[in-house]
Structures are given as structure tokens and as C-alpha cells.
Design a protein around this ligand. Sequence first.
Ligand SMILES: [Zn+2]
Length: 276
Amino acid sequence: MSDAAALPGQPRGLVVSGPATARAVNVLAPNPSAMTLDGTNTWLLSEPGSDLAVVVDPGPLDETHLRHVIETAEKLGKRVALTLLTHGHPDHAEGAGLFAELTGTAVRALDPALRLGDEGLGAGEVVSVGGLEVRVVPTPGHTSDSLSFHLPADRAVLTGDTILGRGTTMVAHPDGRLGDYLDSLRRLRSLTVDDGVHTVLPGHGPVLEDAQGAVEFYLAHRASRLAQVETAVENGHRTPSEVVAHVYADVDRSLWPAAELSVRAQLEYLKGRGLV
Ligand SMILES: [Zn+2]
């Protein structure tokens, strides 16, 4: 979920289903909205030459889409062997149960309530399927259970809703926390600086080829929103909804409920540091 659609001046990229890197293929779910941009990106990952695939975020509970993901794998000569979730929001995870049934795979996620099968998924873990290596990077903040998946062989990272292909994301207060989110952005920045990651495969919107630039943009955007919120409070806008009306005046009103969650997260962050 994001507040991306209404940010002015953002180019509308073209999102197409298909190969994004040597190991990642996007199957776009048919659930576009202001919150989900073009729809959820369901990622099909596989090592070249292997007949096994990993699916990240089956998406909403839409059987046609789920079957399309399986057919896409089959056309590539692959069988889905495992399902991973970036986080539990329904536009990413609601279809996981049926998808697991259709494919006979386990579902691995940080949140035990989302798992199907015995295995969890934790920080620093490396998932290996058919020669494909996926490193688990904890990136809480959008939600407490948000994970990113680093594909070192493609110098790419799947970011779920932590970084989107267009605009910016929301911090879903109270589960999502701004301090965690900023730490997660810094963790992703270190992947780009220290580990050579240059491609962002987001949960919504187009693939980004300048991963470091995207992370820097997100950090700068968060800092500027935070300064705006702090100023709004100093100027007497006390309630979250007043702050939203003041700070998010440039954002479409349909996204104000999401903006209010981000504002609550920002107020909590500022209060925790004695800044308001
Ligand atoms: Zn989400």
C-alpha cells in the first residue's frame, strides 16, 4: 500500500509482465488502485537452467491470477517449488493459501500466522532452490513483518512495499514504525553501496535500475515530510487529521487515510525523541 499515486511530477512508468532480470519475471496481478499502483507484482524467481522456481507474493485472492502465475512458470519450463511473502498485507498475501494448495508448496514468511508448512523465514537466512540464492533482509517499517529479498547473482533486491517503483510508501502505524523504516532504508542503502545492488524489484510499480538513487530519494522524502510534520505541530496543528490536511494537501484525498497512518507514525517518532 502506498501514497504514491498522487505525488505530483512523478513519471508514470510502463509496467509490463515479463522478465526484469536474468532470474526474475514479473506477473502483474489485476488489482490496480490508488494504493496498489498498477497492481501487485508477483515475482517468479529461478536460476537459469533450473526447472524449479520460487514465487514471491502470490498477490490477492484471485484464482485466475494465481493460475496465470503457475502457467507462466510452466511456459518457462519451471515448477513452483516454494512461496515467499514480503509481508502480510492482503494485496501481497491473501492468495497465498490457495496458491500453496494449487502448487503443493510451503509458504514462508516472517509472521508465523502467514506460514504454511514448518519453516519460518528470518534475518540473514539464505534460501536456496535449484541453485538460486535468495538472501533474507529484514526491512521492518512499512509493517513490522516486512522482508526484502536480495538476489546477489542479479545484483537486485525485491523490496515488497518498502520501496515502490513509483512515488513513496506509507508507514502503517501502529504496526509499522518510522524509526524501523529509516533503519531499513539505511540497510538497503548499504546493499547498494557495499553489495553492488543496482536493481529494485518492487512490490508495485516499475523496476528501478538506480537502486541507490531510489533509496536516497526515499530517505530525503522521509526527512522532508518529517520536517513538515514538525513545523505543522509547531504552528498549532495538533491532531493527526489536521496535520494531514496541512502537510499532505498535494496528495489526492483518497490517500489521506493512508497518509494519516504515516502522520501518526511520524508524530510517535517525534514524540519519542522529545521533538514535539
Ligand atoms: Zn503493504
